[in-house]
Design a protein around this ligand. Structure first.
Ligand code: SF4
Ligand code: SF4
Length: 453
């Protein structure tokens, strides 16, 4: 018989080798077995030779973070946050959460003022000057990224004088100057601001037209439906009211999507605090949260609880749906469409990457294929290439168009000359690459079930 000591499994207590925190992602990094599937799914890595890809940005950087003094690689700013790598990973490594966190840390470390002051306090004037000089190198780019990430603020300002803003934003010399001084591409047309925002329309009509405590939704319209395409928000309200829902429109800020993509987690958190507080109150009031933009539903449903620790955030995530998704789950939408028709329309449908992540990439085609008067064709599973603010950056514009090429070609081969998608920036890219008019599935639902019936 062996003299070796015996162990009772029940008495075993694991030892924490590494200190962990609530948001610690290192265990996720350990789930990576380096298959490189994420790298082959990354649209940016496919066109940008300098970009090392999601495996490096995610698990490898997190392993390196165990090394004292490791700094985040600046290539993290080239990740467009399309989140396709999340979907591709067979080992459920939380890649986009790692990228968002790393990007936030990278941007935070760019605040050179504190380091310069600390060098000065140590009596090291030369080091302080070097820090300031290096920090200034990327200052304009950081300012540009902040402006792009805070679209909510620019759009709010533009909404006071939309016609002036529309003229100035697309005035040739102004666009040339923005490209030269700020690095915002002049190749794209700025989207028009609406004369009347969705919220102004909502207030003017006196709010909800249906009262129903048993069927209540809180609409998260996001920035774009409010300031640029209020027709999408109106369609959402009218379709839900047609099914007998009481629609609430709580006060809200940007979902944070463009801020995550630019590493501005402090700004995103401030917006999330307002959104979570107001949406959690709506849930208390018996409502489910419904968004018309798939990036907004992605932010509320996945990125919020991954990145922030706020009261009610898990509740908001669990109660968030995309607009068509919720109706398909709770109403006989197919049955309602069976009994109606629209005037002949042919659509080239593109599923946004963030819809794909939520398992919503086939729903528009499934829903509208049997609708009388409609032909709809899926234009494939490629990324549109714009990824929110990515395609607006001067240095990324060519990559953005190269990524979008496959989608443009498929759109042009499809029968229709009208595009359809749920994401407002994918819609910009589709229109930019093909010249097609682009519609939201909710607008077609409105035509079929409300205005055309
Ligand atoms: S797909 Fe997942 S497991 Fe494979 S290399 Fe990427 S992170 Fe690692
Ligand atoms: S989020 Fe998109 S761009 Fe970023 S690493 Fe993943 S696949 Fe590539």
């Amino acid at each position: 018989m062996s003299d070796a000591p015996t162990h009772d499994a029940d008495e075993f207590e694991p030892v924490d080798v590494f200190e962990t925190t609530e948001m610690d992602l290192r265990p996720g990094a350990d789930d990576c077995y380096k298959c490189s599937t994420c790298d082959t799914s990354c649209p940016v890595a496919e066109v940008d030779d300098e970009f090392p890809g999601p495996k490096f940005q995610g698990p490898e950087q997190w392993r390196l973070k165990r090394t004292e003094g490791h700094e985040i690689d600046d290539s993290i700013t080239s990740c467009s946050n399309c989140m396709r790598c999340d979907d591709a990973c067979p080992s459920s490594v939380p890649l986009s959460q790692m990228h968002n966190t790393a990007r936030g840390e990278y941007v935070e470390n760019q605040r050179f003022g504190r380091e310069a002051l600390s060098a000065l306090a140590d009596g090291n004037l030369r080091e302080a000057l070097d820090i300031v000089r290096e920090g200034q190198d990327g200052l304009v780019e950081r300012l540009r990224n902040r402006i792009l990430a805070n679209y909510h603020t620019s759009a709010w300002l533009a909404s006071f004088m939309p016609s002036v803003a529309n003229f100035v934003m697309n005035f040739g010399p102004a666009r040339w100057a923005m490209a030269k001084t700020m690095g915002v591409t002049s190749e794209r047309e700025f989207p028009e601001f609406a004369d009347q925002t969705f919220r102004e329309w909502w207030a003017a009509r006196g709010g909800a037209q249906v009262s129903n405590p048993d069927k209540r939704i809180a609409y998260f319209h996001g920035c774009y439906s409010n300031f640029n395409t209020p027709e999408v928000g109106k369609a959402m309200v009218r379709v839900y009211e047609e099914f007998g829902y009481e629609v609430l429109v709580p006060p809200q800020k940007c979902s944070g999507t463009p801020m995550f993509a630019n590493g501005m987690l402090g700004d995103a958190r401030r917006h999330a605090e307002t959104n979570v507080k107001n949406l959690a109150a709506a849930i208390e009031n018996g409502a489910e949260i419904v968004a018309s933009c798939t990036s907004c539903s992605m932010a509320l449903g996945q990125e919020y609880p991954e990145l922030f620790d706020l009261d009610g955030i898990e509740d908001v995530a669990a109660h968030t749906y995309e607009g068509v998704e919720y109706l398909r789950l709770h109403e006989d939408l197919e049955g309602a469409l069976d009994e109606t028709s629209v005037d002949g329309s042919e659509f080239a449908y593109h599923a946004p990457c963030h819809a794909r992540n939520q398992g919503l990439d086939t729903q528009a085609v499934e829903l509208f294929s049997d609708l009388d008067g409609v032909a709809i064709e899926d234009v494939g599973d490629s990324c549109s290439g714009i990824s929110g603010t990515y395609g607006w950056k001067e240095e990324k514009y060519d990559y953005s168009m190269e990524i979008g090429e496959e989608m443009f070609e498929h759109m042009e081969h499809a029968a229709g000359e009208t595009g359809m998608t749920e994401c407002p920036t994918c819609a910009m890219q589709m229109e930019h690459g093909t010249g097609y008019e682009i519609r939201h599935p909710l607008e077609l639902l409105e035509e079929a079930l409300v205005t055309g019936s």
